[in-house]
Design a protein around this ligand. Sequence first.
Ligand SMILES: Cc1cc2nc3c(=O)[nH]c(=O)nc-3n(C[C@H](O)[C@H](O)[C@H](O)COP(=O)(O)OP(=O)(O)OC[C@H]3O[C@@H](n4cnc5c(N)ncnc54)[C@H](O)[C@@H]3O)c2cc1C
Length: 526
Amino acid sequence: MARLKKVLIVGGGTAGWLAACYLAKAVNARDPQGVQVHLVESPDIGLLGVGEATFPSIRGTLAAIGLDERRFLVGATATYKQGIHYRHWVRPPGTPGADHFFHPFNAPSQRPGGPELLPYWLLGAAPEGMPFADAVSMQTALVDHGRGPKRFKDPDYQGPMNHAFHFDAACFARVLAEHGQEALGVKRHVATVERTELDEHGAIARVVTRELGELTADLYVDCTGLRGLLIGNVMQSPFKSRADVLFADRAVAMQVPYEKADTPIPSYTISTAQEAGWIWDIGLQKRRGVGYVYSSRHTSDERAEQVFRGYLGAAAEGLKAMHIKFETGYRPEHWRRNCVAVGLAGGFVEPLESTGIALIELATYLLTHLLPSDTDEMERAARHFNEMMIARYDRIIDFIKMHYCLSQRRDSAFWIDNTDAASIPATLQDKLAQWKHRPPHRLDFISDLEMFLVSSWQYVLYGMEFKTDISAMRSAYPRMEEARQEFRNIQLAASQALQDLPDHRALVERMCQEYRERAGRQNAVA
Ligand SMILES: Cc1cc2nc3c(=O)[nH]c(=O)nc-3n(C[C@H](O)[C@H](O)[C@H](O)COP(=O)(O)OP(=O)(O)OC[C@H]3O[C@@H](n4cnc5c(N)ncnc54)[C@H](O)[C@@H]3O)c2cc1C
């Protein structure tokens, strides 16, 4: 038996620093007798620099590593996110019918003992024409009125509305790096890995850096981004492309300053469908992060930038666009011998619904949970880890594909190809076939393997105007009057919550102000 004593994380982007902080906290790396967590990051190779929208799981992760919420908001220039606002996904601009829908993070309202509202919404108990998300959750009304998800006095990472964050990815990595070193015992090395040497069993024996020579560990975590320096180049773990299902493989992105300092900040990501993909639009404290994700099979880089600049209008004048290439897919063997990939090195699903950082969190929880105290147990841990990651990726890919394949758009080859049954995984086709006759239910999912719970599937399914016909089962739903009252109560509760919750920008600014004042007082004492 050989005790696992040291982990080396290679790469200092979101993946590297989140993994380092979470792991260091979990193994108590500050104890010299415990497992040591080291991170090496290149001074020359930059971060990807996009990855600005997160999933609600981020709150649990940040709380678990003990990062003060106000410090995080200041350091990462973060704002709150309560869901995703979809524009023109169902039909192209200028076509009669709804032009948007909202995917809120709050689950549908469910009073103990009260009726489950979805079947009653399908049977017409909600006010006429009211979209599913608006009928079952007050979150749409709150974000439409510019409210944040919590009050100033709510404890860190808590609040009445479920939420995540938007932030600047480079600033986020920096604040994690400070916290990881100051509070959690992560040891940082600034050096570029140039070479990797294997032992006689094909495991990594050492990495050789330009500046610091050799670094060794019992377990190497590859967080080198799309390069996949260790897991791909050295361990030769193959990449399984899913570009046959999700076509987007390029992005053009820009950081756009606000015109006025008090411009309202939406507490949701705006996703606007385009001829060959979609544009994300995210409000941070001092700027917007905007990008067009598109398929290179369906448009050219030049045309994409033209469409993108058309969307931004005058706001983009004089600004330089960043072009990024990627592919949806993953390495079925994220973990091979003593090397495990976290972040883009392991895989990526195009950014709709912001799964990148959530997958980093998931891989980090799994790694922490499975971390073998005995290095001889590595193979078994790796097998379990890989099975769990594959299951998650495949389910996420089905969920993302659902957004595309339910569209009524046929105005470009991109949408025609996306709705072609040949591009829809059989697992998704099977779900959709069942949901024509009954709504999605919690029992359709193995919750431990899902990133998206049943409520997300329901919000997107009905936001995309999918039709479930349960009229033949009408007699199974005798609580129509009660359900009507529930729908009215949700609207009433929304108007009360509007009094209770602050404006989003005001919330962010006050939280940041409180942190600066506190830090100022501490500095004065010191
Ligand atoms: C277009 C696009 C949009 C995205 N939007 C979102 C989003 O909204 N939400 C979300 O959750 N995710 C999003 N993602 C994913 C997100 O960007 C990544 O999950 C996240 O940035 C993590 O990246 P990373 O840390 O794996 O890699 P990177 O940020 O690329 O970091 C790689 C690190 O490895 C280091 N490195 C590389 N080579 C060496 C070497 N030889 N020696 C030493 N160090 C080295 C670099 O210095 C750097 O520190 C998006 C991705 C793309 C492509």
